[in-house]
Design a binder for this molecule. Structure first.
Ligand SMILES: [Zn+2]
Length: 72
């Protein structure tokens, strides 16, 4: 009886904690995917992430590489 009393809340906390981290990562990914960044060439906020580390400015048409989620 004492075993179930001890394991119950810990197990529940563990799964909730893991789920929370997963949801946070999805939120971060969403946030950065939709966020437009400032172009280092024309200074307009029109840089979109094409794919992992590749950026494209819709204003001046420049394509350049950077970090996965930010230019600098
Ligand atoms: Zn530009």
């Amino acid at each position: 009886m004492s075993h179930t009393k001890l394991l119950g809340p810990v197990a529940r906390f563990g799964s909730r904690y893991g789920k929370g981290i997963k949801e946070n990562l999805v939120e971060i990914e969403k946030k950065y995917r939709n966020k437009k960044l400032k172009c280092p060439f024309c200074n307009n906020i029109s840089v979109k992430r094409l794919s992992y580390g590749i950026w494209y400015c819709t204003h001046c048409g420049k394509k350049f590489t950077g970090k996965a989620y930010s230019i600098q």
